[in-house]
Design a protein around this ligand. Structure first.
Ligand SMILES: Cc1cc2nc3c(=O)[nH]c(=O)nc-3n(C[C@H](O)[C@H](O)[C@H](O)COP(=O)(O)O)c2cc1C
Length: 391
């Protein structure tokens, strides 16, 4: 996220709000969404019900609701004669946060995973995804042929339009083992990626939490990473309406009042916001029922990244179906990529490997738990904006 600015506002509100003059406050209230309201950025979340049996566009409508890095929505989506196509939009990347476009491709895998869950309810079946390359950094597309099938809604289909990243603290009590089992059964297997779940107070859980905090500090100290993440920050409701992407104060997991006030604050500098992001991360790590991560065989293999994205999408939908909340927390693998990109002998690759414990390469980390607070949806660009011409 602009993991700084948008988390910053929570704590900065007390001091900052008083400093806004009356005229400025009126303008900011308008821009923040207290007066200015536009439902269009959230319309895609309400569109799935309009697609009936055989309507292949419903696959695309589900794909664009997927979890994706920083809400960059790094995709173009379309239908060819016989296939669903999810293509990388290479311009929509996170720069130094994602130097190998690993997260971008996890997001593309997530889009495919969401379509896969929608398919049976539309009387459709998607074949295993095939990857086509174009050679440029990050570029390529996923194609999966579409067949007709009996209409039989997927058990996770109802969660597609309900899922959201919840960045508020959760109940810190562990989630009951039988509920975890139900989540894993609902998720099902995805070839090429594996889930590890652990409690907050296990040794592995404590290690992940400590490493995540330290990685947050390391990102704060990296000016390039800070800048590249910040590009995707949307400060006000008007900016969200204009771009329909990115992360925002509204999705930071704050109370409605704090959310409104947070959007009215003048921008803060990177150092200040970094401090608040760190504070928010501490709250998120303490307010977790458990942690988890996804392992693959090879971090750089696009097929593994797609598998990780499909698996995360299904897992997050399963948490949602079970009334649980989840939030990716990827500071640690992001720092490992950054060390690798800079060719420096940093500690992160080794630390991630130790955490993964020989069971594979850790490509994605998250927390989960019983939610204490409902959170709003993140914006989505409509299908018309991401349509893949001539797929
Ligand atoms: C590869 C990947 C990495 C992500 N990393 C983080 C993260 O470190 N912290 C976080 O709060 N959310 C993270 N997210 C969640 C996205 O920010 C979120 O999916 C996006 O903003 C859209 O919001 P939604 O999930 O509510 O639809 C990640 C998602 C993906 C797919």
């Amino acid at each position: 996220m602009d993991r700084r600015r948008f988390l910053v506002t929570a704590t900065a509100v007390g001091g900052g709000a008083a400093a806004i003059g009356a005229a400025g406050a009126g303008w900011r209230a308008h821009e923040a969404g207290l007066i200015y309201q536009d439902p269009a950025p959230f319309a895609p979340w309400f569109s799935l019900g309009q697609y009936g049996p055989g309507e292949r566009e419903g696959l695309c409508a589900a794909a664009i609701l997927a979890s994706n890095p920083h809400n960059t929505q790094p995709w173009r989506v379309g239908l060819s004669d016989a296939a669903l196509v999810v293509e990388a939009d290479e311009a929509r990347h996170l720069g130094a946060f994602d130097p190998f476009r690993r997260e971008m491709w996890i997001g593309l895998g997530g889009a495919f995973g969401a379509a896969e869950v929608a398919a049976p309810g539309l009387g459709l079946a998607l074949a295993e995804p095939q990857i086509a390359w174009s050679g440029a950094a990050g570029a390529g597309r996923i194609e999966a042929s579409i067949a007709r099938a009996a209409v039989a809604p997927h058990p996770l289909a109802a969660a597609l339009a309900e899922r959201r990243t919840n960045r508020a603290p959760y109940d810190p009590a562990p989630v009951a083992p039988d509920q975890i089992e139900r989540v894993l059964a609902l998720t099902g297997p995805v070839a090429g990626a594996r889930i590890v779940l652990t409690g907050r107070e296990t040794e592995a859980g404590r290690r992940l939490a400590a490493m995540t905090l330290e990685a947050t500090e390391a990102i704060n100290a990296d000016a390039q990473m800070s800048r590249d993440g910040h590009v995707w920050f949307r400060n006000t409701a008007r900016e969200v309406a204009e771009h329909r992407d990115g992360v925002s104060v509204a999705t930071a997991g704050l109370s409605p009042v704090m959310t409104a006030l947070g959007q009215m604050l003048p921008p803060v500098d990177a150092a200040t916001s970094g401090r608040y992001w760190l504070a928010s991360t501490k709250d998120q790590l303490a307010g977790a029922g458990g942690f988890g991560w996804i392992l693959v065989d090879d971090l750089d293999d696009r097929a593994g990244q797609i598998a990780a994205g499909r698996l995360w999408q299904r897992l997050h939908l399963a948490f949602t179906a079970e009334g649980l909340a989840a939030q990716p927390l990827n500071q640690v693998p992001e720092m490992a990529d950054r060390d690798r990109q800079l060719g420096r002998d940093g500690p992160w690759g080794k630390r991630v490997a130790e955490l993964a414990g020989g069971g594979g390469r850790l490509t994605f980390a998250f927390r989960f738990g019983r939610p204490l607070k409902a959170v709003p949806h993140a914006a989505r660009r409509p299908l018309e904006w991401v349509d893949l011409q001539g797929a």
